[in-house]
Design a protein around this ligand. Structure first.
Ligand SMILES: *[C@@H]1O[C@H](CO)[C@@H](O)[C@H](O)[C@H]1NC(C)=O
Ligand SMILES: *[C@@H]1O[C@H](CO)[C@@H](O)[C@H](O)[C@H]1NC(C)=O
Length: 134
C-alpha cells in the first residue's frame, strides 16, 4: 500500500470516529436536570421501500412510546427532504407531536427514490429514504 493511500485511509478512519463520538454525545440524555425534555420521536412510516404517488393521502406515523412527561415543543412539523437537502416543502404543521400520526398529501415533486421526511418537534428526526412517483 502506498504511504499516500494509508494517510487517506487513516484520515477517513479518524473523521468517522469523531462523527461517531459526536452522535454518542448528542444521544446522551440530559433529562433529570431539566423539567422539559427534548423529544425527537422516530418516524415509523414511510419506511425504506415505501412508494408514494403524487396526490395520495397517507398517514405519516411515529413512535410516541417512551416520550418524556414534559416536552419543550409539543407542536410538530414535517418537511420533505430529497437526498441530503431539506426542501422548503412542508407536508404538515401545528399538529400535536404526541398524536403519533398525521395525514398528509403527497406533493407534486420530481419522481425519485431518495425522498425522506424530517419530523420536527424539538429537533429533526429523519425517516428512511423512500420513493415518490407520478
Ligand atoms: C413536568 O412539569 C410539571 C409542571 O411544570 C412539574 O411539576 C413536573 O415535575 C415535571 N415533570 C418532570 C418529570 O420533569
Ligand atoms: C389515517 O388514520 C386515521 C386513523 O386511523 C384513519 O381514519 C384515516 O383513514 C387514515 N388515512 C389514510 C389516508 O389512511
Amino acid at each position: 500500500m502506498s504511504p499516500q493511500l494509508s494517510v487517506l485511509k487513516n484520515g477517513f478512519v479518524v473523521s468517522a470516529a469523531i462523527g461517531m463520538l459526536a452522535n454518542i454525545a448528542t444521544a446522551i440524555p440530559v433529562s433529570g436536570l431539566e423539567k422539559r425534555d427534548v423529544y425527537t420521536p422516530p418516524v415509523t412510516y414511510p419506511h425504506a421501500g415505501t412508494v408514494w404517488y403524487k396526490g395520495q393521502r397517507h398517514n405519516v406515523t411515529w413512535d410516541t412510546a417512551n416520550h418524556p412527561v414534559n416536552i419543550t415543543n409539543k407542536l410538530g412539523r414535517i418537511w420533505l427532504r430529497k437526498g441530503d437537502i431539506t426542501t422548503p416543502v412542508i407536508l404538515g404543521e401545528n399538529f400535536d407531536i404526541l398524536l403519533g400520526r398525521i395525514e398528509v398529501t403527497v406533493p407534486w415533486v420530481i419522481p425519485d427514490t431518495d425522498y425522506s421526511l424530517v419530523l420536527f418537534g424539538d429537533s429533526g428526526n429523519f425517516s428512511p429514504q423512500f420513493s415518490i412517483q407520478e
